[in-house]
Design a protein around this ligand. Sequence first.
Ligand code: G3I
Length: 301
Amino acid sequence: ASTLGAAAARSGRYFGTAISASKLGDSQYTTIANREFNMVTAENEMKIDATEPNRGQFTFTNADRIYNWAVQNGKRVRGHTLAWHQQQPGWMQSLSGSSLRQAMIDHINGVMSHYKGKIYAWDVVNEAFDDSNGGRRDSNLQRTGNDWIEVAFRTARAADPDAKLCYNDYNTDNWTWAKTQGVYNMVKDFKQRGVPIDCVGFQSHFNSGSPYNSNYRTTLSSFAALGVDVQITELDIQGASAQTYANVVNDCLAVPRCNGITVWGVRDSDSWRSGDTPLLFDGNGNKKAAYTSVLDALNAA
Ligand code: G3I
């Protein structure tokens, strides 16, 4: 196959990208995105501050621009993200305790009902674990009680029973890291107790501080063995080594429940860390060596 999406589809997987509503008028951007990818994540437009700028007042203008562009072009959509300590609107940052807990529940219900039956998978909870100690990250949501994550997942299941429900995080790719083990133990506990969770997203923002490690495949297969799908949700690699990109793709292909890969942007110039040139297309829209290595790895499966 000659595009990333079609090559991934050979093994029943998807290949996606993050999309920004502000770039949908850039024809070079939309041409590449439409040609290469068959799954779309809104880079910012479905986040809490974007969708509920005032309490109880939902706005989906930019989120729907991305959703409609994706669906009109035959792509599926990953929802990102419903409960997170970042990109909270000011009104939510000022809440605590039971009123914050209720606001989280109301937010999940408000956004998921707008997209009911239309989203492939939701990142229900994003980045809830501490970076080093294996425990929960301190945040206003965490301070509402340790059960906030399972309440978010139960709320999400009731709001849209057709969406896969994911936990999504970064620095959870290295199997030896405490953070990875912390998330693993939570998912294991959720599966044992029947808390609804269908998938785990591995953001996979690789750089010199948190580089790709060959135990990534062990991480993906260990989580999958708990009975969840695993997805690579925000892939970018500082310097875009063709070999490292191929390794990541091959690790996903080796795990039957790794059902898709999303890169966090189209061209290097679109990246949240453009100085790292971490993506598959350069700033002029040309395919980089990493692009060819990803395509070849997918086509070899
Ligand atoms: O929309 C405003 C614009 O009006 C203003 O002129 C401009 C000035 O700086 O800021 C614009 O908002 C920025 C937004 O990106 C859109 O470009 C925000 O300041 C900026 O904070 C925001 O950054 C996003 C970041 O999440 C915020 O946490 C990145 O684009 C986005 O790539 C990044 O994505 C996250 C995932 O959601 C979760 N995992 C990590 C990943 C990378 O940080």
